[in-house]
Design a protein around this ligand. Structure first.
Ligand SMILES: *Cc1c(COP(=O)(O)O)cnc(C)c1O
Length: 421
């Protein structure tokens, strides 16, 4: 179907970039753990005239006239978010997950106060106090990490650091951690310290709402998420909080850090939230987990080391060193992407190499599961990954081409869900 009727004539350069991206997505397997393929209804909502409307403020309390229709869309998004996550209050306006976190800091902290979050090098996120991010520029920050022997969080260790450092907010959640997060234990530590808990479930929100990961909401003062990872919505963020923080959170988002909300994106968030309420979403989330477990199993069966020796969520970290000591994550990601298997390089905990040439790659199953791939395909994907990363240098080109062709074949049998849009 031709969805660029106007653009292809008025702006062929941009039309061509969009077409090329459609083709790229159609012909490659997306194994980047933070990405997904939205549905056609979500895409449709994104491309609407709601983008034209200025709506600073909140439903019923806007600075501009003419907001009755965007009010309807935002009110529906808020209600669905509250219902789906079982939260007391939701703000659906953050333009991104990082903005959602920043708004929480603005609401809960004064500049110079202390954030305690997971070390980026151990799987945390920039916005949890990294020095190069505003969370580390405006606030003091301290880290906790995983244990060297188990590569998992040790809650006694987290408690020890928290009691020593006395942070003004405790942050949990990660971008590259293959195990479940114990929100109950984090909540207890925050209460012991006397500070609020922010649980950032950007990656795992889809698993949480499906009931397949422990729920942070009862244990947290704030819960932030992106919409676009396992939740399978448009890019953007949502903040949930307890009632007593509601006014501060709303003021922190607008006028604190943002001006007018992106109403077309908020409408698309509402559409995605409704999709996540559908019983079918639970099956989708279960399939993500089954696929991740199968992919991990198949990779380990071929001799690859995974951080923590496996996964219990949607992602895994492959430590390349034991099998291929001279292959960096950077080079591995390039090779795999040439074979139409798209992944990202990733540091592993206690990585002796820097973040630019790390020792690992990160793999995730949300997007391939959205295309309809199941466990039997994970065995095939593991075999392809193994082939591409172990073939002798002289055979690189041939092997990559063979695998790329086979991947393309599978892709054509399992089109991306919005491909007919
Ligand atoms: C992806 C991610 C974010 C940020 O999302 P953006 O929308 O890219 O700003 C925040 N926190 C965690 C843990 C993430 O994984």
């Amino acid at each position: 179907m031709d969805n660029l009727v106007f653009l292809k004539n008025t702006d062929p350069q941009i039309a061509q970039a969009v077409r090329a991206e459609q083709r790229r997505q159609a012909t490659t397997l997306e194994l980047i753990a933070s990405e997904n393929h939205v549905s056609a209804p979500v895409l449709e909502a994104l491309g609407t005239v709601l983008t034209d409307k200025y709506a600073e403020g909140y439903p019923g309390k806007r600075w501009y006239r003419g907001c009755e229709n965007v009010d309807t869309a935002e009110q529906i998004a808020i209600e669905r978010a509250i219902q789906l996550f079982g939260a007391e209050h939701a703000n659906v306006q953050p333009h991104s997950g990082s903005n959602a976190n920043l708004a929480v800091y603005i609401a809960a902290l004064k500049p110079g106060q202390k954030i305690m979050g997971m070390d980026l090098a151990h799987g945390g996120h920039l916005s949890h106090g990294k020095m190069s991010n505003i969370s580390g520029i405006v606030y003091k920050s301290v880290n906790y990490g995983v244990r060297k022997d188990t590569e998992t969080l040790d809650m006694d260790e987290v408690r020890k650091i928290a009691l020593r450092e006395r942070p003004d907010i405790l942050v949990c959640g990660a971008s590259a951690y293959p195990r479940q997060i114990d929100f109950d234990a984090f909540g207890q530590i925050a209460r012991q310290v006397g500070c609020p808990l922010l649980s950032d479930i950007a990656h795992i929100a889809g698993l949480v709402v499906a009931g397949l990961h422990p729920d942070p909401v009862p244990h947290s003062d704030f819960v932030t998420t992106t919409n676009h990872k396992t939740l399978r919505g448009p890019r953007g963020g949502i903040i949930f909080c307890k009632k007593q923080w509601a006014d501060k959170i709303d003021a922190a988002v607008f006028p604190g850090i943002q001006g007018g909300p992106l109403m077309h994106v908020i409408a698309a968030k509402a559409v995605a939230l409704a999709e996540a309420m559908h019983p079918g979403f639970k099956h989708y989330a279960q399939a993500i987990l089954d696929n991740a477990a199968a992919l991990a199993q198949e990779l380990m069966a071929r001799g690859w080391r995974l951080v923590t020796d496996g996964t219990d969520n949607h992602l895994m970290l492959m430590d390349l060193r034991p099998r291929r000591p001279n292959l960096t994550g950077h080079e591995a990601a390039i090779r795999l992407t040439r074979a139409n298997l798209v992944v990202n390089k990733n540091a592993i905990p206690f990585d002796p190499r820097g973040p630019l040439q790390p020792s690992g790659i990160r793999l995730g199953t949300p997007a391939v599961t959205s295309r309809g791939l199941r466990c039997e395909h994970m065995e095939q994907i593991a075999a392809w990954i193994d082939q591409v990363l172990t073939c002798p240098d002289g055979e690189q080109e041939k092997t990559t081409a063979t695998v790329a062709g086979a991947v393309g074949e599978l892709c054509s049998q399992y089109p991306v869900p919005n491909s007919s849009y």
